[in-house]
Design a protein around this ligand. Structure first.
Ligand SMILES: NC(=O)c1ccc[n+]([C@@H]2O[C@H](COP(=O)([O-])OP(=O)(O)OC[C@H]3O[C@@H](n4cnc5c(N)ncnc54)[C@H](O)[C@@H]3O)[C@@H](O)[C@H]2O)c1
Ligand SMILES: [Zn+2]
Ligand SMILES: [Zn+2]
Length: 366
């Protein structure tokens, strides 16, 4: 079938809306009519070159939609189901899946990073040439063929914009505070970066009962937003953030610090905000090949824990329905995240507004 999609042909160029050919779903795959897809910074890393990926590519990995058709062997879904897309199509059988880490499943990581489906081939093409799928989802498009393991069925009445955000920002940010580094009631928490991911971490830390939530961002408008989301204190990033944070944490530093920007300099600043015995969780994706300088002697003497958090350490099949349920019960106010809606042809404007910080999370709706 022919579909409209936002194509990226090379780094440092804009997205182009093009008509692509999408082959039907093969065994174990699903054709999804995309209803909404979030504007996540991770897709932008393909444009900026911070993440290297085969091109041309259709990005978009924070999506929700409706099942349009299923391939052979897909029994748990039917046409018309509303689903959230997971960018970690875990197999349930590998070492990582069996050890409770489906977000690190070794079956999907290789093909997905090669930009192809789980069988090693793409379904998209443009003028007869293959087009790669970012995260096996390629959701900046009217339709997508995805692995069945990426489809998590949710109630039909959930607005698709909310559902889409559960597929990345919410899973990542809320998951970091609940699963990667569970926040304990009363803890003092610092979050660097108040984008879709950082604001979701604010929601997760609030839900877990954090005592103080201190948010650091370079953009004052983002700090105002963070206060609406539950931040108790905010710090403009160009101030001396370490001193400001120590003032809010009895001079000790925070119990838990989450970095949701993805820059080595911010990771280094975030380290200085952790108290002895505390935890630094790295959520942001620093450019591939970059290095972060952290003082080994201090890490040892202060017993500081440093952790990566990939997809919020979620088990998508277990946790997406749980997060949607919390939203439906008013405990996770995800509607606040959806700050602006765009059409697919407005995608470059949506990214410009993400970069200038004028939205919490922009969402492309169809
Ligand atoms: N670990 C994962 O699984 C995972 C999943 C999704 C996104 N990410 C990454 O998380 C990061 C954030 O994603 P997002 O979609 O929320 O991005 P975003 O662009 O919406 O938000 C980033 C925020 O960081 C702020 N910022 C920029 N420079 C700063 C600085 N020096 N100090 C403090 N704040 C600063 C910006 O003003 C903005 O509010 C990105 O690196 C993204 O790739 C990681
Ligand atoms: Zn697996
Ligand atoms: Zn994302």
């Amino acid at each position: 079938m022919q579909i409209q999609a936002a194509l990226l042909t090379a780094p440092h160029t804009p997205f182009h809306i093009e008509t692509l050919e999408l082959a039907p779903p093969r065994a174990g795959e699903v054709l999804v009519k995309i209803a909404a897809v979030g504007v996540c910074h991770s897709d932008w890393h393909l444009v900026s070159g911070a993440t290297q990926h085969p091109m041309p590519v259709v990005a978009g990995h924070e999506g929700a939609g409706i099942v349009e058709a299923v391939g052979k062997g897909v029994h748990h879904l039917k046409v018309g189901d509303q689903i959230v897309l997971s960018w970690a199509p875990d197999c349930g059988e590998c070492f990582y899946c069996l050890n409770g880490k489906p977000n690190l499943c070794s079956t999907f990581t290789e093909p997905i990073w090669a930009g192809v489906m789980l069988d090693g081939t793409p379904r998209l093409s443009w003028n007869g040439q293959p087009v790669y799928h970012y995260c096996g989802l390629a959701a900046f498009a009217e339709y997508a063929v995805v692995p069945m393991q990426s489809c998590i069925r949710i109630p039909q009445e959930v607005p698709p914009e909310i559902a889409a955000l559960v597929g990345c920002a919410v899973a990542t940010g809320v998951g970091a505070a609940l699963f990667t580094s569970p926040v304990k009631p009363g803890e003092k928490v610092v979050i660097y970066g108040a984008g879709g991911v950082g604001l979701s971490a604010v929601l997760g830390a609030s839900l877990a009962g954090a005592g103080e939530i201190i948010v650091v961002d370079t953009n004052a408008a983002k700090l105002a937003l963070a206060r609406d989301f539950g931040a108790t204190q905010t710090v403009l990033a160009n101030e001396d953030t370490t001193t400001a944070i120590h003032e809010f944490t009895n001079g000790r530093g925070a119990d838990q610090v989450f970095e949701a920007v993805g820059a080595p300099a911010v990771q280094e600043a975030a380290f200085k905000a952790v108290r002895p015995g505390g935890t630094l969780t790295l959520i942001g994706l620093a450019p591939m090949g970059s290095g972060t300088n952290l003082p080994g002697a201090e890490i040892t003497r202060k017993e500081i824990v440093i952790k990566g958090s990939y997809y919020g350490t979620v088990n998508a099949h277990r946790d997406f329905p749980m997060m949607i349920d919390l939203y439906q019960h008013g405990k996770l106010p995800l509607e606040r995240l959806v700050s602006k809606r765009y059409t697919l042809p407005e995608i470059n404007e949506a990214y410009a507004e993400m970069l200038n910080g004028s939205s919490a999370r922009g969402v492309i709706v169809f």
